[in-house]
Design a binder for this molecule. Structure first.
Ligand SMILES: [Zn+2]
Length: 102
């Protein structure tokens, strides 16, 4: 069982290394990348991430709802005072400590 796990781990490591080198090769040769699959302006894959150099950090999300959020919080609702009875003051359960000798 341990040998199978070690073989599987070695196979996955070699496969990842081959994939990494293949992506690096495709990133350096755009003509070869276009032969592998169609590349348009919106195309994103591991090769384009490696070619752009931004594979360590994700791109920031574009904030589009700033105006909508500003309008939502522009009007502050008027608050009214409401008296709420404290539920434990009537029972006085915390008024005395338990008896020392019971
Ligand atoms: Zn691609």
């Amino acid at each position: 069982m341990v040998r199978f796990a070690m073989k599987t781990r070695a196979f996955v490591s070699v496969a990842l290394l081959i994939a990494w080198f293949a992506a690096m090769t495709l990133a350096d040769t755009p003509a070869l990348h276009e032969r592998v699959h169609t590349v348009d302006a919106q195309h994103q894959c591991a090769t384009t991430l490696l070619a752009s150099g931004s594979y360590e950090h994700a791109a920031a999300q574009v904030v589009l709802s700033v105006l909508q959020d500003a309008q939502q919080f522009a009007n502050i609702a008027a608050l009214n005072r409401v008296w709420v009875a404290a539920p434990f003051l009537g029972a006085s359960i915390f008024e005395h400590a338990p008896p020392a000798l019971s």
